[in-house]
Design a protein around this ligand. Structure first.
Ligand SMILES: Cc1cc2nc3c(=O)[nH]c(=O)nc-3n(C[C@H](O)[C@H](O)[C@H](O)COP(=O)(O)OP(=O)(O)OC[C@H]3O[C@@H](n4cnc5c(N)ncnc54)[C@H](O)[C@@H]3O)c2cc1C
Ligand code: SF4
Length: 442
């Protein structure tokens, strides 16, 4: 393990260390058993439900024959982030949800866990062929999954790829956002290093728009890829929100995963505001960290939550309480310290002035979404955003209104999954390659 990944060890005091893997690795015999169950379906539905169209039956067949390097190569050819996707993908609604075994009411093939087995034991940068250097270069804004997948693909296609990342760690939300029982910081950093070993350069602590301008990137590079993800946590704009004891969800998760100084001392009760995947992640994480009472306040009924049911159900089983049709109208403080939230009833999701109760709490986590980075995107000449702040691109090439600027990931789709970001980045890289080679031939 490299020094960077090693510096996030099991005994460095980070709260992330309290979590165990949701799905521990398969043993070789378990992997062989599961791989042998795959029917190698013709026109396999599982491939169609993978956003990066990994040839799932083929990589599984290679596991069954003991060819783990070949299996990893099959995965990497479609998805350079196959290692993190194996752990973080919501397989319950993607590949595994279409496995033909479900039609017979039988357990689907555990595709995610088999992919992890192949990637953990078989992946290596030397599996991938690199084309001759072209002398062309591409700047990438951000070093999250979208930019990493784009940069790795560009490097394999022979182009110089340089990522500019404002944080001290590359990896985006794979490092700082994804629940630690799916992917730990050291695992995410190992994947970043894998991409670097393909020949990619990453400049951390460099904010585009501040340390380097859009014009500089356009002047110094042949093309630019925008993969800045989403912005900071959205605010409620209610009384009592500003001050200690109230924190945005991604801010809280980042601290829990990466900062040994981030503690939950004195917190016995917590209220999480929101009904999406981030809200349920935070609620489950707080519960697993031993917080006695964890409640989620959500404006509508459970059925309307955007969070996946396969995350909500276990969360409720673990003891998270759901307060439905409720909006937090005020954070109640006593001498500055948070003591409760005043909750009002909602009517069709809209807060009313009917106070339901004041729920006592020590901590409030606001998980109502993230801002968009419109201002950053629009620093690039010709790049536009839609009325929801998402960068507008061609759906096939991921080209923006500026023919030399491409974009993908959360900044374009408004917030989906890692696998969608990987798909976008790779598709954009192929379009950038076509553009650069077209220019060369012209
Ligand atoms: C709490 C949470 C949990 C999630 N859990 C899952 C999950 O379990 N499974 C799953 O598949 N997906 C999950 N997702 C979604 C997934 O993390 C994102 O879809 C994915 O990370 C998007 O990748 P991206 O590269 O577009 O953006 P990001 O991962 O956000 O990366 C963008 C990078 O750009 C950098 N950046 C931004 N602005 C600048 C600038 N001006 N200059 C330089 N750098 C900049 C940022 O610091 C960041 O590192 C989760 C998201 C959240 C918020
Ligand atoms: S649908 Fe299931 S059984 Fe068929 S190829 Fe995919 S994983 Fe194998």
């Amino acid at each position: 393990m490299s020094a960077r990944a090693q510096s996030f060890g099991r005994d460095d005091g980070r709260l992330e260390n309290h979590f165990e893997d949701k799905y521990p690795p398969l043993s070789p015999s378990e992997a062989a058993f599961e791989a042998a169950r795959c029917l190698y379906c013709f026109d396999a539905p599982c491939i169609k439900s993978c956003p990066t169209a990994i040839d799932i039956p083929t990589f599984i067949r290679k596991i069954a024959t003991g060819n783990l390097r070949g299996s990893a190569r099959t995965i990497l050819r479609s998805n350079l982030l196959g290692a993190s996707c194996a752990r973080v993908c919501p397989v319950e609604v993607l590949c595994e949800s279409t496995c033909v075994y479900l039609e017979q009411d039988r357990e689907p093939i555990p595709i995610g866990r088999l992919q992890r087995h192949a990637m953990d034991l078989g992946a290596s940068p030397d599996l991938l062929t690199k084309r001759e250097p072209t002398g062309r270069s591409v700047a990438l804004v951000g070093a999250g999954p979208a930019s990493l997948a784009c940069a790795g693909t560009l490097a394999l296609l022979g182009h110089r790829a340089v990522l500019f990342e404002r944080e001290s760690l590359a990896g985006g939300l794979n490092v700082s956002g994804v629940a630690p029982y799916k992917l730990r910081v050291d695992g995410a950093l190992r994947e970043v290093e894998f991409i670097e070993r393909l020949g990619v350069e990453i400049r951390t602590r460099t904010t585009v728009g501040k340390d380097v301008t859009a014009e500089q990137l356009l002047d110094d590079y042949d093309a630019v890829f925008l993969g800045p993800g989403l912005g900071g946590d959205s605010h409620l704009g209610i009384e009592g929100e500003d001050g200690p004891g109230v924190i945005g969800a991604t801010h809280w998760i980042r601290g829990m995963k990466t900062d040994p100084g981030h503690k939950l001392d004195g917190v016995r009760r917590a209220v999480v505001i929101g009904g999406g995947n981030t809200a349920i992640d935070v609620a489950r994480e707080l519960k697993a960290l031993g917080i006695h009472t964890v409640s989620m306040a959500y404006r509508r009924r459970r059925g309307a939550m955007s969070a996946y049911d396969h995350e909500v159900k276990p969360g409720l089983d673990e003891g998270v309480a759901l307060i439905e049709e409720a909006a937090v109208a005020e954070i109640v403080r006593d001498h500055g310290r948070v003591t409760g939230v005043r909750v009002v009833d909602t009517d069709d999701g809209v807060p009313t002035d009917r106070t339901r109760a004041v729920f006592p709490t020590d901590l409030v986590v606001v998980a109502i979404g993230q801002a968009k980075l419109r201002a950053l995107a629009e620093q690039f000449d010709g790049v536009t955003c839609d009325d929801r702040g998402r960068i507008v691109v061609d759906p096939d090439t991921f080209a923006t209104g500026n023919p030399r600027v491409f974009a993908g990931g959360d900044a374009v789709n408004g917030g989906k999954e890692v696998v969608n970001a990987a798909h976008d980045g790779q598709a954009a890289a192929r379009a950038i390659d076509a553009m650069l080679r077209g220019e060369q031939d012209a």
